[in-house]
Design a protein around this ligand. Structure first.
Ligand code: FES
Ligand code: FES
Length: 272
């Protein structure tokens, strides 16, 4: 700030007051600079205080976005799920996956990626496998939905479920409901003669296809298994699809077998 500007900025009374206080020359410029900084600080403080006051007046985020009581954008849907008819009122934007898990408590169907990439959410709709995370519940009006909970007949497992156990087709089990639903629908696709990406001849349409391991791997490729249980999955699908039983390659160890194994390792004392 030069002297002329200082003259312009100060009133006569202010100049007189600074003169009386002995604040002149460089000391006056410094004083005025500090005063300006203090003024800006006070201004900023008032601005922040005002913003805070406005923030308390605005509705809390949850008040703005919380769903209203009841269902928003409600549509009525009539579905047959695992053999039982369900009349539901769902948000028109709700995925079939969330409807199954959140509305109906059918938590066997798993949510992996929620964007159509992992296959964990696979269910069967009117005989065809679909990704329930990409399917709107409202679009399933009048359709028949089968989830993993609907495959067994009472205490009797579906042959595909039994084969997954027999062939050790899972480890953590998270992808397994989707894998099994996918494999069950695959059986029907083979019966229909549906082609896959690795089908050799697309011109000859044959029903009741006998699927090679390559075909099985290709047709199951939409179902990802982070545990890498693929060999067991392919073996399970192959057995059910071909109808050819293969030997059970493992069993639960008996107490005697565990004792023998520990004894061989010199750990017999560890048996309790
Ligand atoms: S959750 Fe649907 S594909 Fe991953
Ligand atoms: S068994 Fe763990 S992800 Fe498949």
């Amino acid at each position: 700030m030069d002297d002329n500007q200082e003259q312009n900025d100060l009133s006569r009374d202010e100049e007189t007051l600074l003169d009386q206080l002995g604040i002149v020359g460089a000391a006056r410029r410094k004083f005025l600079g500090q005063s300006m900084a203090a003024l800006l600080g006070t201004f900023a403080f008032h601005l922040l205080a005002k913003e805070e006051a406005f923030a308390t007046l605005a509705a809390a985020p949850e008040a703005v976005f919380a769903p209203a009581p009841g269902v928003e954008n409600a549509v009525k849907v009539l579905l047959k799920i695992n053999g039982s008819t369900q009349r539901l009122e769902v948000d028109s934007r709700m995925a079939l996956l969330d409807t199954l898990r959140e509305t109906l408590g059918l938590t066997g169907t798993k949510k992996g990626c929620d964007q159509g990439q992992c296959g964990a959410c696979t269910v069967i709709v009117d005989g065809r496998r679909v990704l329930s995370c990409l399917t709107l519940a409202a679009s399933c009006e009048g359709k028949e939905v089968t989830t993993i909970e609907g495959l067994a007949d009472g205490d009797n497992l579906h042959p595909m479920q039994a084969a997954f156990i027999k062939h050790d087709g899972f480890q953590c089990g998270y992808c397994t409901p989707g894998q099994i639903c996918s494999a069950v629908a695959l059986l029907q696709e083979a019966k229909n003669g549906d082609a896959s990406h690795v089908t050799n001849n697309l011109r000859t349409s044959t029903q009741n296809l006998s699927l090679s391991d390559e075909e099985i791997r290709e047709r199951m490729s939409g179902n990802i298994c982070r545990c890498g249980a693929y060999p067991g999955i392919v073996a399970a699908v192959r057995e059910v699809q071909s109808g050819r039983e293969t030997a059970h390659t493992w069993h639960f160890a008996s107490d005697e077998e565990i004792a023998v194994a520990l004894n061989e390792e010199g750990k017999a004392d560890a048996i309790v």
